[in-house]
Design a protein around this ligand. Sequence first.
Ligand code: SF4
Length: 230
Amino acid sequence: QLRNAATTGGNLLQRTRCPYFQDLDKPCNKREPGSGCGARDGVHRDHAVLGHSAQCIATHPSDMAVALAALDAQVELYGPEGTRRLPVADFHRLPGEHPERDTWIRPGELITAVLLPAATAGVPSAYRKARDRASYAFALASVAVALRVTDGIVDQVGVAFGGLAHRPWRARHTELALLGAPAAPDAFEGAVALELAHAEPLRDNAYKVSLARNLALDVLNRLAPATATA
Ligand code: SF4
């Protein structure tokens, strides 16, 4: 029922499930700027390991945004200054000093379309997520990968992580390392490690780094033979 009533734009604009954000009795810089962050020294097992700030360690909850980021999708916005487009990968902000702002959408703007480029339409892709229970739950960590291999060499790749940051985390370091590299387990391992070297885990969520690594390697190693063309 929820799925039938929802929209693609609404999915991108959903806000964090941080329990301190939802509890009006708790301090939260996102809900009330300047009030503090209850999660930083509190319960933060589900929170960010990449790109967080002293003001906020929340994660973005969307699965779909992660897949759209890996596929180079664009958000079309319409507002007082006309129409403009932003890559989904750059649509959400990192928290920085202003965690109350989730995206780069401007006052008065509406999402009028989400566009998938033809260039990634035929590229083999997969999404995998880890969650706390078998039924519906938000990702502890997830990964979306689009991968094309020709003659054993990676010639197109998009990788994005979910559950790790305030926005879908496009893994540019991984992608740069893989483009032109052999589609082999060693190359995948080195490229994923390059990205996750930027992680800054908190007291109780270091497990997310190895979880994300294992998810990414699993998906890359499964996709490589499926996508290979001679
Ligand atoms: S992590 Fe962000 S959303 Fe959660 S309590 Fe801290 S400021 Fe609020």
